[in-house]
Ligand binder design. Structure first.
Ligand code: ZN
Ligand code: ZN
Length: 235
């Protein structure tokens, strides 16, 4: 035994615990097998919003909501359903600076996205300056950077700016959020491209994605993909 090994302090020993249940896992593994199995994956559903399809009419794989009000975005991809234990994992990434969890999410997404055609560029969802100050980072931008690097495509974080005259969304109730969202973003530096992907952590109603996709479509972007770690099922 050399001196280095002999006097190796305890904190050199790698910390190998599942991020959800604290069971021991092997080095660099984020989750244990059972916790990984508990993460519900989004199954092929509505071609536009990725919500679960509950009986459709016609040949188009599009849910009733999207048939009634076709969104400005063309397709949605999400890896997981937003429900426990995913909600706890996402919270750690979002509010506890667990970037290893962000890397895990990216890895899961890239596995599904790589075989498909790649967009001309990616954009992230800008956060309100107040929220950035509180949190210190934008989880959407973090994911967009990783995905762009993996897919070898450019990423632009200045396509949209947050309208700073508006109250941060998380400080409002649902009714005021809807009204506030309408002009929460300013299309600041749009770039030419046929196909753009908007990256976010969670898709709930899709309202934010609509607000971001519509001006890009009006600008001339032909196809908009929405990519998220998870989405809620409106079941
Ligand atoms: Zn576990
Ligand atoms: Zn739909």
């Amino acid at each position: 035994m050399n001196n280095y090994t002999k006097f190796r302090p305890k904190w050199f020993v790698p910390h190998c615990q599942c991020s959800l249940c604290a069971d021991s896992v092997s080095l660099n593994q984020l989750l244990c097998g059972p916790c990984l199995e508990d993460m519900r994956r989004v199954q092929p559903g509505c071609a536009v919003c990725a919500d679960a399809l509950d009986g459709i009419s016609g040949t188009e794989m599009v849910c009733g909501r999207c048939q009634q009000h076709r969104p400005s975005f063309d397709e949605t991809y999400a890896a997981f359903v937003y429900q426990p234990p995913m909600t706890r994992l996402l919270w750690q990434f979002k509010f506890r600076a667990r970037f290893d969890i962000g890397n895990f999410f990216c890895h899961q997404m890239v596995r599904d996205l790589v075989p498909k055609d790649r967009p001309d560029y990616l954009i992230s969802v800008p956060m309100h300056t107040t929220a950035i100050k509180e949190r210190g980072y934008n989880q959407s931008a973090y994911l967009a950077n990783l995905l762009a690097r993996e897919l070898k495509r450019p990423v632009y974080h200045d396509v949209y700016e947050r309208n700073t005259t508006k109250t941060p969304q998380h400080q409002l109730n649902l009714k005021h959020r809807k009204r506030n969202l309408q002009d929460a973003f300013i299309l600041a530096k749009p770039r030419a491209g046929k196909h753009v992907a908007i990256v976010d952590d969670v898709i709930t109603t899709g309202a934010t994605m609509e607000v971001l996709a519509a001006p890009l479509k009006a600008f001339g972007v032909e196809r908009i993909s929405v990519w998220a770690v998870c989405r809620t099922y409106r079941e």
